[in-house]
Design a protein around this ligand. Structure first.
Ligand code: ACM
Length: 529
């Protein structure tokens, strides 16, 4: 925050000097000074768009008179127009009216839904900027939302300031962008079980996802150390199971209203929440609440350590499936997204037969409540439905999913696990998958990463953040930025349009944005800041 304030003071001081110099020039009886030409920066977009053509030298300048024109009868499109207006109003102080196209006032920024442009896909958009107008067209509201993130990144970084800024120009370079994502699933996962994160903290993370055009937030809602969402039919899950976290802190949980607030906040940014309840393992918090669900006669207590693989539901008890049914039913009812994540990883205390029987039965329960199942790659030991998705994280075992027509989300730990340390001197994070610098996260192609897995087999990519060492969202951000923007580009940009040297120089220009936004980040020596 201090950095941000001092940056704004620098900007202010510059504005005052510019004013004094201009005044002195006007005092002499000579021709008026030429109108200052705005500095037009080349676009520094992350993720890089599928296609971009710049018109050299020209730009659109936002002024006090600029308005945004949208079809105001479409509430969703209007809300997107209002989001862009709010972004511009904050640092500029300009009124930025949002009006319907028939109104002649202002309206030089035009957002238009064009369902007939179906070749743009569900999240694509076309952006045309000239000196006269900014025209954004998409076949869906999600495309318009992704497009306004591009407009945002094309504006000077001062657009992110929370405070008024004196600038002579707010330009957007003249260009044409036609853009859509490579993969349908571009996700991040946040482990709210090992440490609990408040609703506001989760929303702060969603804001980062939105800026980089990510569209899935997977919430790891239960693990050995904590159960983090109220299940009305099983009240002890949170009454008892939420009471601690790694290191023995107080833990916490979301009411169903809290969870719905997160879902709504994400939805307004065209981000799908994927809830995960990890089972049959990673379940100690649930067993501490309902000891009858364990096979052991010794009641388990709450756990605040970090070992894995030792807890399991008693999969041979019928009561276990009534429990799973309650949990899946209640969470599915408040989850508009199509997926329910069952975890399924690191089960060391069941036979393969027991594990497979459990996963297949739970798959039926998830489907019964209208959701598609997703699970960590271990679930590929079971017979999967074609709608089920396997999430690769550690090996090539996920390829077994392909025989069932199931698809994969790739989260390879040495590339996409944001809880891995950057280098041996990184204070936060773990290193079981090695050290993961920004280039490691960027420089890989999902379509060639695994033998036998082609582009068509992959729904997308996801960057998980496990929170054993992370006690607040600032710590999460330190590990996520800049690797999450790197994964965002892996998921969005066509492989042929990606290049590390180009990426790292674009990435460097985002640093003042992060400073303005108050988000923490790692100043990697690989990036030319
Ligand atoms: C995992 O990292 N245990 C999925």
């Amino acid at each position: 925050m201090h950095r941000k304030d001092s940056q704004q003071q620098r900007v202010r001081a510059f504005a005052v000097i510019a004013f004094v110099v201009a005044g002195a020039a006007c005092a002499r009886p000579v021709a008026p000074p030429p109108t200052p030409q705005p500095v037009i920066r080349p676009p520094q977009l992350v993720p890089s768009p599928a296609s971009l053509v710049t018109a050299s030298g020209a730009a659109f300048n936002i002024t006090r008179a600029t308005g945004i024109s949208v079809d105001t009868t479409n509430a969703e499109v209007r809300a997107i127009g209002e989001m862009l207006a709010a972004l511009i109003r904050r640092p500029t102080g300009f009124p930025v009216a949002v009006t319907s196209p028939s109104t002649t006032a202002g309206g030089a920024i035009i957002l238009r839904l064009a369902p007939e442009r179906s070749s743009l896909g569900g999240e694509g958009y076309e952006l045309n900027v000239t000196t006269d107008s900014v025209r954004l067209v998409a076949a869906s509201p999600a495309g318009l939302f992704r497009g306004i993130q591009t407009v945002r990144q094309l504006l000077p970084v001062d657009i992110e300031s929370e405070m008024g800024i004196e600038r002579s120009s707010w330009t957007i370079p003249a260009l044409t962008i036609v853009d859509q994502p490579r993969f349908a699933w571009r996700g991040a996962m946040l482990d709210v079980a090992r440490h609990f994160f408040t609703v506001r903290e989760v929303q702060q993370y969603i804001d980062v996802l939105a800026l980089y055009k990510l569209n899935v937030l997977h919430l790891h809602l239960a693990d050995d150390q904590g159960w983090r969402i109220v299940i009305n039919s099983r009240p002890k899950l949170t009454a008892i199971g939420s009471l601690t976290q790694v290191g023995g802190g107080p833990g916490g949980f979301y009411t169903q209203q809290d969870y719905q607030d997160i879902v709504r906040y994400a939805r307004a940014r065209y981000i799908t929440i994927v809830p995960e309840i990890d089972m049959p393992g990673h379940i100690n918090a649930g067993l501490a609440a309902y000891p009858d669900l364990a096979c052991s006669t010794r009641p388990p207590g709450l756990y605040s350590g970090t070992d894995v693989g030792w807890s399991t539901l008693c999969v041979d008890k019928e009561a276990t499936y009534a429990f799973v049914d309650d949990v899946v039913r209640e969470i599915s009812a408040i989850t508009p997204g199509p997926y329910f994540h069952i975890g399924g990883d690191e089960v060391q205390t069941l036979t393969p037969e027991q594990y497979v029987r459990f996963v297949e039965r739970v798959q039926g329960i998830v489907n019964k409540y209208g959701k598609k199942m997703i699970g960590w790659e271990e679930i590929t030991k079971a017979r999967l439905n074609p709608t089920t998705v396997a999430q690769q994280w550690k090996s090539d075992s996920a390829t077994a999913a392909l025989q069932y027509g199931s698809k994969l989300v790739l989260s390879p730990a040495p590339k996409a696990y944001l809880d891995m340390k950057y280098t041996p001197s990184t204070k936060l994070g773990l290193n079981w998958a090695g050290y993961v610098e920004v280039r490691d996260s960027y420089d890989w192609d999902p379509a060639t990463y695994m033998k036998g897995v082609t582009e068509r087999d992959i729904v997308g990519v996801e960057a998980p953040t496990w929170s054993e060492t992370l006690r607040n969202i600032s710590a999460v951000e330190y590990l996520a930025i800049p690797r999450l923007p790197a994964i965002a580009e892996v998921g969005w940009t066509p492989q042929a349009a990606r290049d590390w040297e180009n990426f790292r120089s674009r990435l460097a220009t985002h640093e003042p944005r992060w400073q303005y936004l108050g988000v923490n980040y790692y100043r990697s020596p690989q990036v030319p800041w």
